[in-house]
Design a protein around this ligand. Sequence first.
Ligand code: 1GP
Length: 228
Amino acid sequence: MIDYRSWRHTFKLDPDKSIDDEALEAICESGTDGIIVGGTYGITFDNTLDLMSRIRRYAVPAVLEISSLDAVVPGFDSYLIPLVINAGDPNWIFSPHVSGLKAYGSYIHWDEIIAEGYLIANPDAGVAELTRARPIEDAAEAKAYAQVATKICRLPIVYVEYSGTYGDPQIVRACKNGADEAHLFYGGGIRTPQQAAEMAAIADTIVVGNVIYDDLQAALATVKAVKG
Ligand code: 1GP
């Protein structure tokens, strides 16, 4: 299993978005701790396999965050399995997991599987629409969600997902308090070194996504901001 607890910075690459070889090399050789492959829409076996094989030219650890049962590609170092803890559509809590285990259960290497309590904090994100995520009322509620994930469900990771917009540090801090010893990922809207440093001071690991495709140099600058 990958040592995600030592990760401070990751890039998230979306199989549905194109990235040329030069940009991919810069991302993989940037000094980031790991690459997460994942996305919400348009994820297929073929585009996931293609991206994985291109990332595999580099030594950086690569994990797949599974969002579609049609796109479970062997060959990653580990597999992140999200449980959407504020999903308004209950089918998003366990149904896909049951289907996945029925289909692939006998092939699973359990030491490669890492479950994450996924808290969707940006109501405008595609994944919020897909899962009909319940809005988070305030910091106390955010902390309670993190406690549900880590104290009740005993999940090792809480992932605060603000995908597409920069989050509220108070909400992220409340999640960190609730998560206690569990590991906190933060992702969403990081575009500058200052934002990277601010969220990395609260969360254990930050995830940088969209800016890779809009402004590669800005994306690369977030690594140094976190890892020095
Ligand atoms: C998305 O949390 C990641 O799943 C990163 O968010 O794309 O907004 O950087 P951004």
